[in-house]
Design a protein around this ligand. Structure first.
Ligand SMILES: Nc1ncnc2c1ncn2[C@@H]1O[C@H](COP(=O)(O)OP(=O)(O)OP(=O)(O)O)[C@@H](O)[C@H]1O
Ligand SMILES: [Mg+2]
Length: 244
């Protein structure tokens, strides 16, 4: 196997004095999509925050491109190529799509703005058609795509997506999944948390299953999809049930 894009080794992370994710290990190969599955409160968002560096890291290692990054602040992880789209809306709703995209360029040198904007517009033509629209007036799916675009302006090689299809209609969920596949085809490694387990497994190469902060299962997405325990817990009609 090649060097993994991301190597999590016994990661324990949480908030204050509470470790939530415990001894979590996983490897992500470059250019692949991995979905992280687990019930509400399992610790999925906590693991993504630990990779990005916005919560308390207790122990373990996070190796990104051959470098241990677990003690770096988030902005240095961003600089090294980790992009994070958190759970929930995270655009500037009263500003136009154009202004949001320009905000996304904030940390780039000015000379690179135009090329970065052209690149994300080529990937997501919707941005051009809605360029003057206030972000808050876009559909939920369009806002999600805008938020991914704002992070992709910085050309991350690893993209962390927390519940990109939450609250969207089935049609928009499909659009978001197609978009995630398009992003991975450009060579970006994707780690996506999804409540639509069925849809996420269909677009993913691999799956990680978390229960109560610990790794419960991992493997090729097709194998995880076929596992009777996963079918019962996540694919049996009530896909949002809790881990309890
Ligand atoms: N900022 C925080 N401070 C303290 N505890 C938190 C914080 N955020 C989350 N937690 C706790 O960490 C645990 C895991 O939460 P987390 O958000 O990681 O779960 P999740 O798997 O993403 O759930 P969901 O599917 O509902 O988004 C929960 O018990 C939650 O109460
Ligand atoms: Mg979450």
């Amino acid at each position: 196997m090649t060097t993994p894009a991301l190597d999590l080794v016994d990661v324990t992370a949480g908030y204050g004095d509470n470790p939530i994710v415990r001894d979590f290990s996983a490897r992500l190969e470059a250019g692949t999509i991995t979905t992280l599955i687990g019930g509400n409160g399992a610790g999925k968002s906590t693991l993504l925050r630990a990779i990005y560096g916005t919560n308390r890291f207790f122990s373990g290692k996070i190796v990104f491109k051959d470098e241990a990054i677990e003690r770096l602040p988030p902005w240095q992880r961003l600089q090294r190529g980790i992009g994070f789209v958190p759970q929930g809306r995270c655009n500037f709703p009263a500003m136009s799509v154009a202004e949001n995209v320009k905000m996304g360029c904030y940390t780039l040198p000015a000379a690179r703005h135009a090329a970065a904007i052209d690149r994300v517009i080529a990937l997501f033509p919707m941005l051009r058609t809605k360029w003057r629209t206030e972000a808050g007036n876009l559909s939920g799916g369009e806002q999600q795509i805008l938020e991914m675009a704002m992070v992709l302006l910085l050309e991350p090689s690893l993209l962390l997506l927390d519940e990109p299809s939450l609250g969207l209609s089935p049609k928009m969920q499909a659009d978001v999944f197609t978009t995630v596949q398009a992003i991975a085809r450009t060579g970006v490694t994707v780690l996506v948390v999804e409540q639509n387990v069925r849809g996420a497994l269909l677009i993913s190469d691999r799956a990680l299953v978390m229960e109560q902060g610990q790794k419960f299962m991992e493997g090729p997405a097709a194998d995880v999809r076929a596992d009777p325990r996963i079918r019962q817990a996540y694919l049996g009609g009530n896909i949002q049930q809790t881990a309890a």
